[in-house]
Design a protein around this ligand. Structure first.
Ligand code: SAM
Length: 203
């Protein structure tokens, strides 16, 4: 069953992605980068059937897990790229996404491994390109240094603002958050933080 489901929801990156063709009645398009087991992606897609929910994840066991969630909930609004999110970002039209989620990405806590982190200048530039004006990006981590690293790099882009007004805005899980498998493991060195950014027009 899962083998028959994947081809129907796999994104074709060999040509520019035609998002309206994937779900003509979609009110918004969201993307989750590194969805792991897919529980957050499926929960959001179930909560918002009007949204076209895209996901990218190279870990095949994670893709299989996501397919099981999609099948169990009979979701028809999810499309997956079983690979590197950077390839999917490159295939997306400019200003095409309303929301992006990057939840508990691999922290690479050792200094010499920081260059392996997902949040790098090329990814920041790609996110700025694909987000719509006023589009939103949520980044969550339970590693203090990765939180600092990300705030520094994302607010370093003139098109992105961190929307938090007070500590609870990043210390408490947002109302629309769905817990993830990695989050539940509590492997980091701090309680989780949820950093919401918005894409504005650069001055
Ligand atoms: C620590 S896990 C967290 C998974 C999930 N977001 C969660 O919170 O349970 C990080 C995930 O990011 C994925 N990942 C790493 N590099 C990636 C990339 N370039 N594009 C997409 N996903 C990536 C990994 O395969 C892994 O599943």
């Amino acid at each position: 069953m899962l083998q028959t489901l994947l081809p129907t929801i796999a994104l074709d990156l060999s040509q520019p992605i035609d998002l309206p063709a994937l779900k003509p009645d979609a009110t918004e398009v969201w993307l989750e980068i590194g969805f792991g087991g897919g529980e957050h992606l499926a929960a959001q897609a179930q909560r918002r059937p009007d949204v076209l929910a895209l996901g990218a994840e190279p870990f095949l066991n994670g893709v299989a897990s996501a397919l099981r969630h999609i099948e169990a909930a009979s979701l028809t609004n999810v499309r997956l790229h079983a690979g590197d999110a950077r390839d999917l970002l490159a295939a997306l039209p400019t200003a095409s996404l309303d929301r992006v989620f990057i939840l508990f990405p691999d922290p690479w806590p050792k200094l010499r491994h920081h260059k392996r982190r997902l949040i790098q200048p090329d990814v920041v530039a790609a996110l700025v390109r694909v987000l719509k004006p006023n589009g939103r990006l949520r980044f969550a981590t339970d590693w203090a240094n990765y939180a600092d690293w990300t705030v520094e790099r994302l607010t370093g882009a003139p098109e992105l603002v961190w929307t938090a007004q007070k500590a609870d805005d990043w210390r408490l899980a947002p109302q629309d958050h769905a817990p993830t498998r990695y989050e539940a493991k509590k492997l980091g060195d701090i309680a989780p933080v949820y950093l919401d950014f918005q894409r504005i027009s650069a001055a």
